[in-house]
Each structure stands twice: as structure tokens, then as C-alpha cells.
Design a protein around this ligand. Structure first.
Ligand SMILES: Nc1ncnc2c1ncn2[C@@H]1O[C@H](COP(=O)(O)OP(=O)(O)O)[C@@H](O)[C@H]1O
Ligand SMILES: [Mg+2]
Length: 422
């Protein structure tokens, strides 16, 4: 067994490469200067005794929305504190709250806590309307300028009551501004036109980072995280990176991977963190390209495994038909062959039987998730084309990740049994 404190480390402050927003928050986001300037413009009225504008912020995950809005509102809060201005920022992270109702209970609690300190309970058992009045009276009790940040508000789906009512509420003695943040563009497009226009007095888009921006982000975060490095000039992070710890192609490779896949800074940081940890855990003094490749493979595999674990029943069953085909030596397999296996599976496990066409959609969903691979083949002259499917992952990986699934408990033991007989 390894002993703690025994080996040298390349890290100085690991938290800086930890993508978890709670662990470390960057002090500045140079890549989001223009977006944060737009936010600045919307919030500035607060410093002039007027009401800041309602803002709708949107863009895919990992684009610095949460961290950027928090930087900017903190900055305003500090300014207000210095000027003895009456300003309160209340944030609700709506992730996992599937109704306006939940958001409202948290809003009541969070506003109360701003006034009375932590330890307030979530109100329960009230009607929606009553909760709205509670929010309004809480706002009036706090008074002054109040900025309500609703992060990941897309969680509420169709139930937009709070977004409709809150901008229309007129708490007395309060200058109220709402910042709604969403990762889901569809949510913005589906919003009721009234809601969208009242909430989105200003709209700010956080578009995906490109490889250059990710390069700078990673360089800055790595510079603070790794040893013997000093961040002298934040605008030119490459100069401050210790080339002895980080091979020169490491950051560009990690950025290229992340830019190709999503432009998600969290994914880029995760990849970089994993690569550095691989090197460090091996007691190696230098992070090399190879560690990045290894980390990429590791994370991709982990994502696929999570994907397999969370497959809906029909897709999981479709996947098992290909596993069965593979075990019996019948891959690449045609759709109609897999469909006949599927029909047997449906009888065995009492699963609702889809049409061949819908079954094929499930196979193709699995291709999109990189769990299956698809090839097209001509059936012969004048007979059109057909699809052939194979597994993109190991049989083992699928079985391990679906084994405990009770919906499939009539199928998996059989497949495993069959496999051992081969
Ligand atoms: N420009 C940037 N510089 C440094 N770190 C960043 C930058 N943009 C995002 N991050 C980091 O990436 C992660 C995701 O950012 P976050 O604000 O949570 O994204 P979003 O809310 O858009 O999903 C966080 O760890 C954050 O610190
Ligand atoms: Mg966020």
C-alpha cells in the first residue's frame, strides 16, 4: 500500500484544476469580457438609484454562465457595501426542481436567510398563489434593490408560473431585477412570448468556447495548480507555465479535444485535471501528451458507462440484442435479424413490443451515443441498402452496467449463461 506524503507532487494547489464550481472560482473571465460587459450595462442602473434590467442568459453548459454571473453580482454587491447602498442578491440554483412551486419555496427561504441569517426552513403546504405573496412580502421586508438570480431555470420545463408572475409583481419599496440563466436553448425558444419579453429585457448569449479560448483557460488554471509556477501576467499565461512540468503540447491537445466535442470549459478542465493526476499518481514529474490521451479515453469510457446505466428500457433492450448477436458470432448484424432477437426478448421479459421502424430508431440512438457502430451495406443489385450494427464497447462493459437493472432481470442472466456456453 502506498503511504501518504511519500512521493513528490507536481501540484501546488489542486483545487484550481478542480472543475467543481464550489471548490474554486476563477477571479476573472477574460474570455467573457463582452458578455460580462453586457451584464454590467444591465446592472449599472442599480448604482444610479434606478432599477437594474431583467436579463436572460443562455448558452450550453460549461460556458462560464454560473461563475460569470456570480462574479459580476459579487462585484456589484461589494460596490454597494462600500457605498452603503441597499442591495441584496438572492440566488436559487433550480437544477432538479421540476416545478415553479419548488423554485418559489427556495426563493422564500433564501430571501429570508438574507434578512435573518442561515437556518430557515423551506415553507411547505402552501398554495402557489400564497407562496407568491410570501415572496412579495419577503422582498418588501428586505427592501432596496434586489437582484434575484434563477440559475438553470430550464429545470421547471413547461411550468413557467414563477417566470410569468415574478416580473409582474410590484413589491413596494423594492427595485426588483431578475436574472434567468438557462443551459437549454429550447427552453428559451419555448417560453411564452410575454414571459420572454418581460424576463429578457436584455438577453446575453454565452456561445461555446473555441480551442484558443480553452487554451487560455486551461493555461491559467494549470499555472495556478501546478508547482514552481507563478502567474505573473494573466494575459499571457503561456509565459508563466512551467514548461518543465507541462509538455508544450499538453494544453493544446486538451483544448483541441474539448473544442471538438463541446467547447465546454468544465469538460476541458476535467480532462486536464485527470491528465495531471495520472502523471502525478505515477510519480512522474512531467505531464505529457500521452497522459492527456489516456485521460481522454478514461473519461470517454466513464461517460459511456454512465450512458449505458441510464438507458431507458427499450434502448437497453435494443442494446442487448446486439450483445446477444455478438456473443453468438452474428455481428455485424442486420436490423431484421436484431429485430427477431428483440421480439423474443419482448416475450421473455414482458416488454412492450415496438414496430421494426421504431426499434431501428432505438438502435440509431445507441449509435449517436457511441455505444453501437453502424455500417451501411448494399443488399445486392436493385435491393437497396441495409444497416449493419456492431458494439462500440465491450460485451463485458454492457453486461456489467446493466446487470443490476431489475427491468432487464429476465434477459441478462440468460445472455450471460449463453455466453459461458460459447
Ligand atoms: N473563462 C473561464 N476561465 C476559467 N474558468 C472557467 C471559465 N469559464 C468557465 N470556467 C470554469 O468552467 C466550469 C464551468 O463553468 P460554469 O460557470 O459552471 O458554466 P455554466 O454555468 O455555463 O454551465 C467552472 O469550473 C468554471 O470555473
Ligand atoms: Mg451553470
Amino acid at each position: 500500500m502506498k503511504r501518504f506524503g511519500e512521493t513528490e507532487t507536481i501540484f501546488q494547489d489542486m483545487d484550481r484544476l478542480n472543475p467543481n464550481t464550489q471548490t474554486y472560482k476563477p477571479e476573472s473571465l477574460p474570455e467573457r469580457e463582452s458578455e460580462l460587459n453586457q451584464l454590467h450595462s444591465a446592472l449599472r442602473p442599480a448604482t444610479m438609484g434606478s432599477t437594474p434590467l431583467n436579463v436572460f442568459v443562455y448558452g450550453p453548459t460549461g460556458q462560464g454562465k454560473t461563475v460569470g454571473i456570480s462574479l459580476k453580482t459579487n462585484q456589484l454587491q461589494q460596490y454597494a457595501n462600500g457605498k452603503d447602498m441597499d442591495l441584496t442578491v438572492v440566488t436559487v440554483r433550480c437544477k432538479g426542481m421540476d416545478k415553479s412551486y419548488h423554485v418559489m419555496t427556495h426563493l422564500v427561504k433564501n430571501i429570508r436567510e438574507k434578512r435573518l441569517g442561515p437556518g430557515e426552513e423551506l415553507p411547505s403546504g402552501y398554495q402557489q398563489k400564497t407562496l407568491l405573496s410570501m415572496i412579495i412580502s419577503e422582498l418588501e421586508a428586505i427592501s432596496g434593490t434586489v437582484i434575484v438570480v434563477l440559475d438553470e431555470i430550464d429545470a421547471i420545463g413547461q411550468d413557467d408560473y414563477i417566470l410569468y408572475e415574478l416580473p409582474r409583481a410590484e413589491p413596494k419599496g423594492v427595485r426588483l431585477s431578475i436574472i434567468g440563466i438557462t443551459n437549454d436553448l429550447q427552453f428559451r425558444d419555448n417560453l411564452d412570448a410575454d414571459v420572454r419579453s418581460s424576463l429578457g429585457e436584455d438577453e446575453i448569449e454565452f456561445a461555446p468556447y473555441n480551442a484558443d479560448q480553452l487554451n487560455n483557460i486551461l493555461s491559467r488554471r494549470a499555472a495556478g495548480a501546478l508547482r514552481k509556477t507563478e502567474v505573473q501576467d494573466i494575459k499571457n499565461p503561456f509565459e508563466s507555465l512551467d514548461s518543465q512540468i507541462l509538455d508544450s503540447d499538453v494544453v493544446p491537445l486538451a483544448s483541441a479535444y474539448a473544442a471538438q466535442e463541446s467547447g465546454d470549459a468544465r469538460e476541458a478542465i476535467k480532462l486536464m485535471f485527470r491528465a495531471c493526476r495520472f502523471a502525478d499518481d505515477n510519480g512522474e514529474p512531467v505531464v505529457r501528451e500521452e497522459h492527456v490521451r489516456q485521460a481522454h479515453e478514461y473519461l470517454e469510457r466513464a461517460a459511456v458507462e454512465r450512458g449505458i446505466k441510464s438507458l431507458p428500457t427499450q434502448r437497453a433492450t435494443a442494446l442487448l440484442t446486439v450483445v446477444q448477436a455478438e456473443i453468438s458470432g452474428n455481428t455485424p448484424a442486420e436490423t431484421n435479424y436484431l429485430y427477431s432477437v428483440y421480439n423474443k426478448f419482448c416475450i421473455k421479459s414482458d416488454i412492450n413490443n415496438l414496430s421494426e421502424r421504431r426499434f431501428r430508431d432505438k438502435l440509431n440512438d445507441l449509435v449517436d451515443a457511441s455505444i453501437l457502430a453502424r455500417k451501411r451495406k448494399g443488399r445486392g443489385r436493385g435491393l437497396g441498402m441495409t444497416n449493419l450494427y456492431t458494439l462500440e464497447v465491450q460485451v463485458e462493459t454492457v453486461l456489467e452496467n446493466l446487470e443490476g437493472d431489475s427491468r432487464l432481470s429476465d434477459l441478462i442472466p440468460n445472455i450471460i449463461h449463453h455466453r459461458h456456453r460459447q
